[in-house]
Design a protein around this ligand. Structure first.
Ligand code: PMP
Length: 350
């Protein structure tokens, strides 16, 4: 299916920037670069040169990692940039809307608002483990919604959304909206990805990132996985040379067999530490509730969130305060740290 017809007309009519051609066998006197590398330049490709305009090797490697075709994947500067590209391609300012299900990751609404689009909120059902409110979603979809963001496992709650309800939602809005499934924390959940369903549900978009499970938050490498027609549109909007040479090299290195095996070990360690930390926190008088989590963090509720945050800070830990959120009263989000950090944090809150 060609999803282009739901994109902004300006993007459909856009002539993308014509970047310098990529012909590595020839000497580059066409891009106004510096001909000499600095002596301290430790990169493989040379930082004096622009990176490959479309990072083909990186995209092929990420496509293999996530089990999709190369033309179904676009590399971006983190999934943050992928969210921004989707807003820019699909949301007409002053006309279209993004639908979000709070409490959830904040960038969906920010990207939509920067684009001048509106944001429709359909809150999750806290009393049902933060499940989607399918009835309210149905009503909201009568509005001008083009992008529906579902984060699973969700930040900040840590819960997973039933893949069946996501697929039903995508089928329901087929041809008029995209369902964007943010799987930033999927590796910690151990359940499958929806990435391979895009052939059957072409209005499904999946976001992945190397920031969490692959320990590369500083490199800023994420992926947008979608029908090739959506990827082609996002490619028009992504700035040229957008993935910096050190980031591509770091990502390719991190996805070699030995570091990949280490990443899998770290994921297992984080999962077991998550269980231990949840049990330790649940014992504390300061903690009223620990929500079950499929991610690398825990959402913890307290009768005195300010005291919990203050004690953690006094012990040298920064936590994330969600206590003022309508559906997260008294809640604090705690990332799973090293075993030493987790034990020390639980001790300092006791
Ligand atoms: N999605 C979710 C749900 C997140 O929590 C985050 C980071 N906190 C991101 C996307 C952005 O990740 P990145 O840009 O590093 O890929």
């Amino acid at each position: 299916m060609n999803l282009a017809r739901i994109a902004r007309p300006e993007i459909l009519g856009l002539a993308p920037y014509a970047h310098a051609s990529w012909e590595p066998a020839l000497t580059r006197l066409h891009a106004n670069e510096n001909p000499w590398r600095d002596a301290d330049d430790a990169s493989l490709a040379g930082l004096n040169r622009y990176p490959e305009p479309e990072p083909a090797a990186l995209e092929a490697r990420l496509a293999a990692l996530y089990g999709v075709a190369a033309d179904e994947l676009l590399a971006a500067r983190g999934s943050d940039e992928a969210i921004d590209l989707l807003a820019r391609v699909f949301l007409c300012p002053g006309k279209d809307a993004a639908l979000i299900c709070p409490p959830t990751f904040g960038m969906y609404a920010v990207a939509a608002r920067i684009q001048g689009a509106s944001v429709i909120e359909v809150p999750l059902l806290r009393e049902r483990g933060f499940a989607l409110d399918e009835a309210a979603l149905g009503r909201a979809l009568e509005g001008p919604v083009k992008l529906i963001f579902i984060c699973t496992p969700n930040n900040p709650t840590g819960h997973e959304t039933d893949p069946g309800s996501i697929e039903r939602l995508a089928a329901r809005v087929a041809g008029r909206a995209l369902v964007v499934v943010d799987e930033a924390y999927a590796e910690f959940a151990g359940t499958g990805s929806l990435a391979t369903r895009i052939t059957r549900l072409p209005n499904l978009v999946v976001l992945r990132t190397l920031s969490k499970a692959y320990a590369l938050a500083g490199a800023r490498v994420g992926a947008l996985i979608a029908d090739a027609s959506v990827v082609e549109l996002a490619r028009r909007v992504r700035p040229p040379y957008s993935i910096a040479t050190p980031s591509t090299e770091a990502a390719l290195a991190a996805l070699a067999p030995a570091p990949l095996a280490r990443a899998r070990e770290r994921i297992e360690l984080i999962r077991s530490e998550r269980t231990k930390l949840a049990a330790a926190l649940a014992q504390l008088p300061l903690v009223r509730r620990v929500w079950p989590s499929a991610a690398n963090f825990l959402l913890v509720e307290s009768d005195d969130a300010a005291a919990l945050l203050a004690r953690a800070r006094a012990a040298g830990f920064l936590l994330r305060d969600f206590s003022q959120g309508a559906l997260t009263p008294g809640a604090v989000r705690i990332s799973v740290g090293t075993p030493e950090d987790n034990a020390r944090l639980a001790g300092s809150l006791a």
